[in-house]
Design a protein. Structure first.
Length: 320
C-alpha cells in the first residue's frame, strides 16, 4: 500500500547570553545556545559599532554537542557601544537571529591637590560609556594600605562621579576607581600646617612685646591667633596677626608685668609655643648741674628718674 507520512519542518532557534560590559582596550567573549540545531553545526557572528557598521565578522563558530557556542575573543576594543548579531541557517533556508549588546568603558579619576588636615579631600572622575552601570567603586588607602574609604558612588547623567571624603590626617594616599572592569588610579598628599615663633628676647615690662614667626602650608588660614599665658596658665593677652603672602606674621602685645610667660601661635590646626620673660627695666637717674653759685646761696638741684619702679623719692648727696 502506497502512502505518505506527514512531517513538520521546525525553524531553528538561537539564544545569546547577554555579553558582559568590559574595559576599553580589552576583548569580550560571546556565548549562547542553539536549542534545536538540527543539522546545523555553526553560528555566524557579526560585531557592530554604535553606528551599525560591522567591525568584526566571525563566521562558522562551532556549535557544541550540547547546543552551546562560544566566541572566545572579539579582539581588543576601544571605548564605545557594541552589538553582536548571531545567525543560524536551518533547512530550507530558515534563519534564526539573536542579538546582544555591551559597552567598553573607560574611567578617570581626579585626585585633590595637596591640602591640609583641616580641609576636605574632594575626589572626582568620569566614566565614558558606563552602559547599565550606575555607580563607580572607589577605594582610598593610606601609606600603610589601610582603607580610609571603600564604597560605591553614583554616576550622574554626564558620567561624572564625586567622592564625599572629608578631612584626613597628614600623609600620602592612593585612589582606585573601577567600573565594568575598567580602573583608574591616582595619588594625593595631605600636609600639616606648620607654625613657628621667632625666639623671643627678654622683654621690657614698659614696652609691648613683639611676636613674629612663620606659617607653612597655611591652607585656608589668613590669620594667626596669638595668646600669652602666665605661669598659672591664665591668658593675659590674646590677639590676631594677619598672615602675609610669604607666610610671615607679626603682632605687638600690650605691655606685660614682670614675670614668666608662654606665647602660643596657632593657625589652621598647627601651633607652636615658646617662653617669654619680661623684666622691669633698670631705674635711670639724671641730674642737671646747677649754674655756678656763691657760697651764701643754696643751689637748686633737678633731674629726671626713668623707670622709678615703686620709688617716690630721690636721695641726693653733694660732695665737694
Amino acid at each position: 500500500m502506497n502512502g505518505t507520512t506527514p512531517f513538520a519542518i521546525t525553524a531553528p532557534a538561537i539564544t545569546m547570553t547577554p555579553p558582559a560590559n568590559i574595559a576599553a582596550g580589552s576583548s569580550n567573549q560571546i556565548t549562547g545556545t542553539v536549542p534545536n540545531k538540527g543539522a546545523a553545526t555553526t553560528v555566524d557572528l557579526d560585531l557592530k559599532n554604535a553606528t551599525g557598521n560591522v567591525i568584526g565578522n566571525f563566521p562558522a563558530v562551532p556549535i557544541q554537542a550540547d547546543g552551546s557556542y562560544t566566541l572566545p575573543a572579539t579582539g581588543n576594543l576601544p571605548a564605545g557601544v557594541y552589538t553582536v548579531d548571531a545567525t543560524i541557517t536551518g533547512v530550507s533556508g530558515t534563519i534564526a537571529h539573536a542579538t546582544g549588546s555591551f559597552v567598553a568603558s573607560t574611567v578617570s579619576v581626579t585626585p585633590p591637590p595637596t591640602h591640609t588636615t583641616t580641609e576636605p579631600s574632594p575626589i572626582s572622575g568620569n566614566v565614558q560609556f558606563p552602559g547599565n552601570a550606575t555607580s563607580v567603586h572607589v577605594t582610598v588607602t593610606d601609606a600603610n594600605n589601610v582603607k580610609v574609604f571603600d564604597g560605591d558612588v553614583p554616576i550622574d547623567a554626564s558620567g561624572n562621579y564625586q567622592v564625599p571624603l572629608g578631612a584626613l590626617p597628614a600623609g600620602s594616599y592612593n585612589i582606585t576607581s573601577s567600573v565594568n572592569g575598567a580602573t583608574a588610579t591616582g595619588t594625593f598628599n595631605v600636609v600639616q600646617t606648620g607654625v613657628t615663633i621667632t625666639p623671643l628676647p627678654t622683654e621690657n615690662s614698659k614696652q609691648p612685646s613683639h611676636i613674629s614667626g612663620t606659617v607653612t602650608n597655611p591652607g585656608p588660614a589668613t590669620t594667626v591667633d596669638v595668646k600669652v599665658t602666665d605661669s598659672t596658665g591664665n591668658v593675659v593677652w590674646q590677639g590676631t596677626a594677619p598672615l602675609n603672602p610669604d607666610g610671615t606674621y607679626a603682632v605687638y602685645t600690650s605691655t606685660l608685668p614682670k614675670g614668666d610667660y608662654n606665647v602660643t601661635a596657632s593657625a589652621n590646626g598647627g601651633s607652636a609655643t615658646t617662653p617669654l620673660k619680661v623684666i622691669d627695666p633698670p631705674t635711670q637717674i639724671t641730674v642737671t648741674a646747677p649754674p655756678s653759685v656763691t657760697s651764701d646761696k643754696n643751689p637748686t638741684l633737678s633731674g629726671t628718674v626713668t623707670y622709678p619702679g615703686t620709688a617716690t623719692t630721690v636721695d641726693l648727696k653733694v660732695t665737694a
